[in-house]
Write a protein that binds this ligand. Structure first.
Ligand code: ATP
Ligand code: MG
Ligand code: MG
Ligand code: MG
Length: 479
């Protein structure tokens, strides 16, 4: 079943059950706590918080999402995209736990002929929050799931809240068992690669205080009107229904891998796991980069622009590590457009602008790379001549600091020549530089103009931005 059809069936099922279909919000919303929309519920936050009355009792959507926090998982796990589509059904003080479970179960297990996804019920597992006995009872009664396929998990996995006092509640997640060839027995608690999480149901029933039940505290009250917020990963369902190993091989993403194979002359899945990760990273990032530009972001050194820059540059680096030196982004963009435009026609309409932003960023980065590569080669030649095998930390730092040459590329290029890099030394120099910049800025009281200080603040968690860990750790790497 094609990705587009998976979305269509979701919306059709829920509109058929009294839900109003709401279009995806932009990835960029005026929300100071988020860099990018990362879940279907984000556009409905005011209704859940009680700041505005919900215009409908029930809603459904397929929301564009970006999760920068998952960037390091991309290509390594089978299930994490930076951009993905989250299908959801929402109840604003209307139906609650029993119906949410029933709807999810019905859509997942109804036969494909009758509009469902046709998953075999005996492959499905559910998790519940530690003390949510009510949910356990409902799973048994409504779905007939046997006890051994319902697992309890603690608050870190199965309690949801917004990180501040306000609404919260236990979750139930639904997992599909891909079979013993994908990992260990023992359910999702034992192995989240074999047991693939496809759908998360949040039962918003509590009022949490300063301390979250996530970390073992008791909620301070019960919501007068209980809500439902769910999220089903379209790409994950697609991977399962298309019988492929991972989300990167599904119909809308795989074509980029094919393009990269054609450009590089290397084959995906040919027994080189390192190359395979690169292929998957390229395909994932090409799509997320384009979707982010489509929603109005341009590459830059701060916040969203910085994430975008990181994604685009990572494609270029990965392609280069597959042996391609020429510009590639415009070609990938065309492939992504062709795959995605049926669902997102604005990508086709806006293509010239999107493509030119990608081209420009690539040109700038390639210039950086070529001067950095020359410096690297000289340093490596000298090292080998002197009989050394480890590139000193200060050289890696100079490459990074003076030439903007990313440390991961230094590591890769060193490895290709059988050399290592003194990474500890490099990190120490990075830390010293950060400390200096902070002191300087404090002295000048110009903290806001100084990027490194800005990122450092983020790293210390002084703001409620999400995804700064991400930004900050990358800032240490690319700066
Ligand atoms: P995981 O534990 O696998 O990282 P999650 O618990 O963080 O997933 P939720 O926040 O519950 O995910 O999001 C709801 C659904 O969205 C998930 O059940 C999954 O199907 C999908 N999803 C979440 N993150 C991603 C991602 N990075 N790429 C693709 N789909 C995702
Ligand atoms: Mg996650
Ligand atoms: Mg999870
Ligand atoms: Mg989840």
């Amino acid at each position: 079943m094609q990705t587009h059809e998976i979305s269509r069936r979701f919306l059709s099922y829920f509109t058929g059950h009294g839900h109003t279909q709401v279009p995806s919000a932009s990835l960029i919303l005026e929300d100071p706590t988020l860099l990018f929309v990362n879940a279907g519920m984000v556009q409905f936050k005011p209704y859940f918080l009680g700041d505005a009355p919900a215009p409908w009792p029930r809603a459904t959507s397929v929301q564009k999402c970006v999760r920068t926090g998952d960037i390091d998982e991309v290509g390594k796990t089978t299930r994490h995209n930076t951009f993905f589509q989250m299908a959801g059904n929402f109840s604003f003080g209307d139906y609650f736990k029993a119906q949410a479970i029933e709807h999810a179960w019905t859509l997942l297990t109804d036969s494909q002929d009758s509009g469902g996804y046709g998953f075999a019920p005996d492959r499905l597992w559910a998790t519940v929050y530690d003390d949510d006995d009510e949910a356990i009872g409902l799973w048994r009664k409504i779905t007939g799931l046997p006890d051994e396929r319902i697992q309890r998990r603690d608050g870190r996995d199965n309690y949801w809240d917004m990180g501040v006092p306000g609404p919260g509640g236990p979750c139930s997640e639904i997992y599909y068992d891909r079979g013993p060839e994908h990992g260990r027995d023992g359910g999702p608690v034992a192995d989240e690669d074999r047991y693939l999480e496809v759908w998360n149901l949040v039962f918003m029933q509590d009022i949490r205080g300063e301390d979250s039940p996530k970390y073992g505290h008791k909620p301070i009250g019960t919501l007068p009107r209980k809500n439902i917020d769910t999220g089903m990963g379209i790409e994950r369902v697609a991977a399962l229904l298309q019988g492929v190993d991972n989300v990167y091989e599904t119909d809308l993403i795989r074509p980029v891998i094919a393009k990269a194979e054609e450009m590089s002359g290397r084959r995906y899945g040919a027994g080189n796991p390192v190359d395979d990760v690169r292929f998957r990273v390229i395909a994932d990032h090409a799509r997320s980069g384009m979707m982010i530009i489509g929603d109005g972001v341009t590459p830059g050194n701060e916040a969203r622009g910085y994430v975008l820059r990181r994604l685009l540059r990572r494609i270029v680096r990965s392609v280069r590590l597959l042996g391609v030196q020429e510009p590639v982004l415009a070609e990938f963009a065309a492939v992504v457009r062709d795959a995605m435009a049926p669902s997102y026609p604005e990508l086709a309409a806006d293509f010239p602008r999107i493509e030119s932003i990608m081209r420009k960023e690539e040109e700038t980065f390639l210039a950086t790379l070529s001067s950095g590569s020359r410096i690297f080669d000289l340093a490596a030649d000298k090292l080998v001549e002197d009989g050394g095998r480890t590139l000193p930390g200060d050289k890696a730092f100079q490459l990074h600091d003076t030439y903007g040459f990313p440390i991961d590329l230094t590591l890769e290029m060193a490895a290709e020549r059988g050399l290592t890099v003194d990474e500890t030394g490099f990190r120490e120099l990075m830390a010293e530089q950060r400390a200096r910049a902070k002191a300087d800025a404090a002295a000048r009281k110009t903290g806001h103009g100084d990027q490194s200080v800005y990122r450092d603040l983020l790293a210390r968690g002084n703001t409620v931005f999400t995804g700064y860990d991400e930004l900050a750790s990358e800032a240490r790497v690319i700066g």
